[in-house]
Design a protein around this ligand. Structure first.
Ligand code: ATP
Ligand code: MG
Length: 283
């Protein structure tokens, strides 16, 4: 994962080739090499989003290579959740392009968008578990994108392979013993871990996490972030997460994108940033 930025950063400009034809060939070769070595999972170009007459952000552009973890930061209302929802194709964009796993989300038909979404997991601040169902049923429901229909509404109807996948996801988050407990009888930290299990049960290629630990106390929040990133790093998943926690953005992101004043005001590797750089976004 850490090797990605240096690979992507290698361009003919760095090689100092003067001949324009050689440069053009070099660029094509470099792009082809990048695509082979490290596919681009998310590509956003000139993205603009208005709600009615209100502009939320404009001309947002970035590319995320496979396995990159990106922290999306910015003050309340700058459009972080709106950007995530745009990436997932949950809301129409006003202008620009979003390509996720090679699919242009605006050009895709409903089936195309659904196919991409089955390869995306989402963890949100409010874990959105179904309170009266078991923990296991909630995790089985994480497979509904791949297997729509009533067999995946509840663990007792679910096919054996799906139940096994859900148990395995619960083991990964350390909650196998809670499989049959009702979801409304969990602590906040446990609920958030179940939400992570539900997001990873379908083995997604991309995970979006919208303030995954904002409702947790600092210790539980730290546990959830550490667990989440252990899992995604093991599996080479591409991650976009939002956070108001500057330490989390710097510790868990390879890269930080900062939204302010209706656009991307910061796009840098986490290693090159200090907490003060991020605080500047909130001024
Ligand atoms: N469906 C909607 N209709 C109209 N306005 C909306 C809608 N959803 C969000 N907004 C507005 O868009 C702006 C950005 O909201 P968004 O939730 O994306 O911000 P955010 O950066 O995620 O904020 P926070 O840090 O508080 O979560 C806000 O002003 C919000 O009121
Ligand atoms: Mg938000």
């Amino acid at each position: 994962m850490l090797a990605t930025p240096s690979l992507t950063a290698l361009s003919v400009t760095d090689l100092n080739v003067a001949d324009p034809i050689a440069q053009a060939v070099g660029q094509v070769q470099t792009k082809a090499l990048d695509a082979l070595v490290c596919p681009v999972d998310i590509e956003v170009q000139g993205l603009t989003k208005h709600f009615g007459a209100t502009r939320i952000f404009s001309d947002v552009s970035f590319r995320l290579a496979r396995g990159e973890a990106v922290a999306l930061v910015g003050a309340n209302g700058t459009g972080k959740s709106t950007l995530l929802r745009s990436l997932m194709g949950l809301i129409p964009v006003t202008q620009g392009h979003v390509r996720v796993l090679g699919q242009d989300m605006a050009a895709a038909n409903a089936a195309g968008v659904r196919a991409v979404r089955t390869r995306i997991g989402l963890v949100s601040q409010k874990h959105n578990l179904v309170p009266r169902l078991s923990v296991l049923s909630n995790v089985v429901q994480g497979l509904l994108g791949q297997y729509p229909g009533p067999r995946h509404w509840c663990h007792s109807f679910a096919p054996e392979p799906s139940r096994r996948a859900a148990m395995s996801a619960l083991e990964k988050v350390g909650l196998a013993d809670f499989a049959l407990r009702r979801a409304d009888r969990l602590s906040g930290g446990q609920s958030q871990r179940v939400a992570i299990a539900r997001a990873i049960v379908g083995q997604p290629q991309i995970l979006f996490a919208d303030e995954p630990c904002a409702s947790l106390d600092p210790a539980a929040g730290e546990d959830v972030m550490a667990l989440f990133f252990d899992l995604v790093r093991q599996q080479g998943v591409t991650v976009v997460f939002t956070s108001h926690n500057i330490a989390h953005a710097l510790d868990y992101g390879d890269r930080v994108l900062g939204l302010a004043d209706g656009g991307v005001k910061l796009d840098a590797t986490a290693a090159s940033l200090s907490a003060d750089d991020l605080r500047g976004l909130y001024d």
